[in-house]
Each structure stands twice: as structure tokens, then as C-alpha cells.
Design a protein around this ligand. Structure first.
Ligand code: NAP
Length: 252
């Protein structure tokens, strides 16, 4: 029987692939057989090493996604490097922490620009290529528990990730019949740069850990299987979901 999770011959574009969850997703997709186009503003050396170890093609595209400036070039370079875009993982994201009462316009705009605006327009540009050759594709947005919950001290992050869940559903409705699957993954609390401030705060850290049924923070490697699933033929009839990978947090 053919392995429904096999990504051999596919090309996956992963944003923010130099570290954390993005790197882990890129490596998981590579291990499932996909060639990787890693998009971001920092060096991709370690991701490249791990993907090449998995035996797949690797291309890096230098792009700062805080503005729309690199969007068209990123898609053109991804297509030139990888042949076509079969899979797009919108992983790049930032967070800013301050009480809502003090939150600045800059911390609002910076987060919304990377997490929502660039994500939408990169998705639009990639989807145009998927629709142009009629072969469709898989789009995976990295959402958050803040796509479901409010949280505290991260107003622009919660707005962006709640917005991303809505956008995932809208795009799924528009493109499902055109062969593009749009879905999202909502990671729980994972050990990456994104959660460093929380893990450094003993009170917040123990409160969070105490609520996770699995009894531990997520390791970036815990996310790969969900990404491979949503990127693969196994998910051909899956549209518009936000899949929690959270150690049971939302079940609590
Ligand atoms: P991370 O280690 O901080 O990674 C964030 C990634 O986004 C990095 O590769 C970063 O690149 C990239 N990025 C940020 N701004 C960018 C820009 N302007 N242009 C291009 N790339 C940019 O944190 P992470 O936890 O792996 O985060 C990955 C995604 O998962 C984010 O969308 C985050 O919101 C989401 N998430 C994380 C958790 C968690 O518990 N860790 C939970 C839910 C959702 P640089 O290294 O160059 O800054």
C-alpha cells in the first residue's frame, strides 16, 4: 500500500525555518521526502545541514517578512529553486508582551505585519502559482492557543493568531474546491525563543506547566507529525481546521 504521508517529489516552503518550530517542521517535511525552501531573515545553516542529511534538495531565500517588499521575489525564488510550491508553511511570527493598557502602536503594527499581513499576502502569491498550473497544494498556518483563548499581556499576538484562524477558514472555503487545502496547527507551549520570557518567570512557568495534562512543555519535534499529515495526501479532504498540538491544554 502506498504511504499516504510520503512527500517525495514535493517542495515545501517554510517561513522562519532557521530555528524553533519552523526548523523542526522543515526537518520533518524533509524526512518525509519533501525538498525544502527555507525563507527568513537569518542564516539557515543548521536547517540546511539537517535537511540535507535527510537527503532532500534545499534552498534558502533571504526575506524579512516585516513588510510586503520581499513577497513576490520570495515566491519567484521558491519556484525557481524548488520547481513549484506544493506546500507552504506560514510559520514566521513574533510576540510582544505588555499590559493592554500600556500597549504601543509599534508593538501592535510589528506583530500584525509579520503574523497576519505578510502571511496573507505570501499565501495569496503562493496560491496564485498553485492555481495557475492547476495542481493545487497544501497551506499550513502556524496558529496558537491564542487562536482560541485570550491570554494576557499579548494583545496584538492574540489578535493576530485569532485572525489567522479566521483567515484559515476563509481561505479553505474559497480554495477547497480548487485543490488547495488550507489548515492550521495550534501549538501549545513549546520550548523556543517565543516562550523564553514565560519560562524565565518561575510563577508563570509553573502555572503553565501545571495546566498541561501531558505534564511537560512541548518539544519542537512534537510538531512535525501534524505538519507532515496536513502536508500530505492523507489530509486531502481536510479543510479549514485548526489542529491543536498542545499536550491536552485545551481539553482541560
Ligand atoms: P521563534 O524561535 O522565535 O521563531 C520565530 C521564527 O519567525 C524565527 O525563525 C524568526 O526569525 C521568524 N521571524 C520573525 N520575524 C520575522 C521576519 N520579520 N521575517 C522573517 N522571519 C521572521 O519562535 P517559535 O516558537 O519557533 O515560533 C514559530 C511560530 O510558532 C510563530 O508563528 C509562533 O507564534 C508560533 N507559536 C509558538 C508557540 C510556542 O510555544 N513556542 C506556541 C504557539 C505558536 P529570526 O530567528 O530571524 O528572528
Amino acid at each position: 500500500m502506498k504511504n499516504p504521508f510520503d512527500l517525495t517529489g514535493k517542495t515545501a516552503v517554510v517561513t522562519g525555518a532557521n530555528t524553533g518550530l519552523g526548523r523542526s517542521i522543515a526537518v520533518a517535511l524533509a524526512e518525509a521526502g519533501a525538498g525544502i525552501v527555507a525563507v527568513g531573515r537569518s542564516a539557515m545553516d543548521e536547517t540546511e545541514r539537517l535537511c540535507r542529511e535527510a537527503g532532500v534538495a534545499f534552498h534558502a531565500v533571504q526575506a524579512d517578512l516585516s513588510s510586503l517588499e520581499p513577497i513576490e521575489r520570495t515566491v519567484a525564488e521558491a519556484v525557481a529553486g524548488g520547481g513549484r510550491i506544493d506546500i507552504l508553511v506560514n510559520n514566521a511570527g513574533i510576540i510582544r508582551r505588555a499590559d493592554a493598557i500600556d500597549f504601543s502602536e509599534k508593538d501592535w503594527d510589528d506583530v500584525m505585519n509579520v503574523n497576519l499581513k505578510s502571511t496573507f499576502f505570501l499565501t495569496q502569491a503562493a496560491a496564485r502559482t498553485m492555481l495557475a498550473d492547476g495542481l493545487g497544494g497544501k497551506i499550513i498556518n502556524i496558529a496558537s492557543l491564542l487562536s482560541f483563548q485570550g491570554g494576557i499581556r499579548i494583545p496584538s499576538y492574540t489578535a493576530s493568531k485569532s485572525g489567522l484562524a479566521g483567515l484559515t477558514r476563509l481561505l479553505a472555503c474559497e480554495w477547497a474546491a480548487k485543490g488547495i487545502n488550507v489548515n492550521a496547527i495550534a501549538p501549545g507551549y513549546f520550548v523556543t525563543n517565543n516562550t523564553e520570557a514565560l519560562r524565565d518567570d518561575p510563577k508563570r512557568s509553573s502555572e503553565i506547566l501545571g495546566r498541561i495534562p501531558a505534564g511537560r512543555w512541548g518539544d519542537p519535534g512534537d510538531l512535525g507529525g501534524a505538519a507532515v499529515f496536513l502536508a500530505s495526501a492523507a489530509a486531502d479532504y481536510v479543510h479549514g481546521i485548526v489542529l491543536p498540538v498542545d499536550g491536552g491544554w485545551l481539553a482541560r
